[in-house]
Design a protein around this ligand. Structure first.
Ligand code: UD1
Ligand code: CA
Length: 454
């Protein structure tokens, strides 16, 4: 087990988001920014994660329940003050404390691991992750001495003209030796332009004590970007989508148009699946191999097998087995299970139902609260009448039943195995095995009707 503990700063209000929601809970790439940070921390091997909350702390805590420990920073007096709030929680820690910010959704576990490894290898008391920015405005600058070692970090607002020319910046991510961190923090003052307790001051304090401080540069500044506005959130969204699509393509998934394909970070897709444009694949969706999905489809928290075809489909919180074909214009709603080789044709809605192997719902049906066997054929326009205005009832349709077009199955009702239902029937009673049920008015033809009318 690693000795790594993280402290994730998330107390700021995020004023520029202009939002009632705490900034770190805004989502990019399908999950809250803070979730991305926590996931990266876990991937880097963190043993404990402590989130410092302030604005909307209870909401943040609720959203991340069970994934971290939380401490409150009642007043936001600076990043050093924020880390100080974890002192009691971490008093027994003797290993490494990594400080992160909750608003950096582009971080990767790999980058954090690299920082941690470099810190450990150097045997430093503090190691800062730096990035070279095209425009360093607003960031703390890394001030190095003639021999290249880090001297200190100077905040933009406190920096001289000369210091502001430096483009290497403090990413706001660091590793510290736990004891050295809290010793040094107790010496940080708020004697600066912003009147805040700056965490980066810890580096200079340690340096002055003769301790080793170290820096690691991120290969790609993009990974360290903090999000402060909705514009920046949209940029992060784009980067996360691009990354996800690139990873899937590298793993053998065909994405015809990555610019119009939106796949959340935690989605899994098997090889040789082909995704047509304008398709959203979200949440915890898992998709097998050799599927053809889209165009214009949306999957949310759907478990999809292999060899599935879906075009113009919206499927959520459902299970779809191998070889199912769906679409166009199909809505598969929560708690639906479609077994192998089910065929769902155009304009069909299925909700909270089990559909057996090879069953066909080819056209224009509503199937709700229904347990359907294998090899059933539901004629065009068949619907389950599952709701009496107060309660929902289930319909059961046995194996190999054949339901004629435009039938109503009024639940609770059972059509047994191999039974037939005549087209246009409204079925309110059990249809026994192998029977034919016809439940409609008989046809009457009135002879010479037109002549009589005249
Ligand atoms: C900070 C760094 C700066 C670095 C930059 C990188 C300091 C003093 N400066 O500046 O060197 O280049 O990050 O983005 O640390 N927070 C709290 N409590 C507080 C203050 C801040 O939790 O009292 C949190 C914020 O919510 C945010 C993070 O700490 O997640 C950084 O704070 P912010 O005010 O954005 O620091 P910067 O001025 O950007
Ligand atoms: Ca910031």
């Amino acid at each position: 087990m690693s000795d790594l503990v993280t402290v994730i700063l998330a107390a700021g209000k995020g004023t520029r988001m202009k939002s009632a929601l705490p900034k770190v809970l805004h989502a990019a790439g399908g999950k809250p920014m803070l979730q991305h940070v926590l996931d990266a921390a876990k991937e880097a091997g963190a043993r404990r994660n402590i989130v410092v909350t302030g604005f909307g702390g209870d909401v943040v805590e609720q959203a991340m329940q069970g994934q971290a420990e939380f401490v409150t920073q009642a007043e936001q007096l600076g990043t050093g003050h924020a880390v100080m709030q974890t002192k009691d929680l971490l008093s027994d820690e003797t290993g490494t404390v990594m400080v992160l910010c909750g608003d950096t959704p582009l971080l990767t576990g790999e980058l954090l691991k690299k920082l941690y490894d470099a810190h450990t290898e150097a045997g430093a008391k503090a190691t800062v992750l730096t990035a070279v920015m095209p425009d360093a405005t607003g960031y703390g600058r890394i001030i190095r001495s003639a021999d290249g070692s880090v001297e200190k970090i100077v905040e933009h607002k406190d920096a001289s003209e000369e210091e502001r020319k430096v483009r290497e910046v403090n990413s706001g991510i660091y590793c510290f030796d736990a004891k050295a961190l809290f010793d040094a923090l107790s010496k940080v003052t708020n004697d600066n332009v912003q009147g805040e307790y700056y965490l980066p001051d810890v580096l200079e304090i340690l340096k002055d004590k003769g301790e080793k401080i170290w820096a690691v540069a991120a290969d790609d500044y993009e990974c360290t970007l903090g999000i402060n506005s909705r514009q920046q959130l949209a940029s992060a969204e784009k980067i996360l989508r691009r990354r996800k699509n690139e990873q899937l393509m590298a793993d053998g998934v065909t994405i015809m148009d990555p610019d119009t394909t939106f796949i959340d970070a935690d989605v899994e897709i098997g090889r040789d699946t082909i995704i047509y444009p304008f398709t959203w694949i979200e949440g915890k969706t898992k998709i097998g191999e050799n599927c053809v999905l889209g165009p214009n489809s949306r999957f949310q928290d759907a478990m999809i097998g292999s060899g599935v075809t879906a075009h113009f489909v919206y499927a959520h919180e459902c299970e779809i087995a191998d070889g199912v074909t769906m679409g166009p214009y199909v809505h598969i709603r929560p708690d639906t299970k479609l077994s192998e080789k089910v065929k769902i044709g155009n304009f069909v809605e299925v909700k909270n139902s089990n559909v057996g192997v090879g069953t066909k719902l080819p056209h224009l049906s509503y199937i709700g609260d229904c347990d359907m066997g294998a090899g059933v054929n539901m004629g065009c326009g068949t619907i389950t009448v599952n709701y009496d205005g107060k309660k929902k009832f289930r319909t059961v349709v046995g194996d190999n039943a054949f339901i004629g077009c435009n039938s109503n199955l009024v639940a609770p009702v059972t059509v047994e195995d191999g039974a037939y239902v005549g087209a246009g029937s409204t079925i309110t009673k059990r249809v026994p095995k192998d029977n034919l049920a016809i439940a409609r008015a008989r046809q009457t033809n009135i002879e010479n009707w037109l002549d009589k009318r005249k």
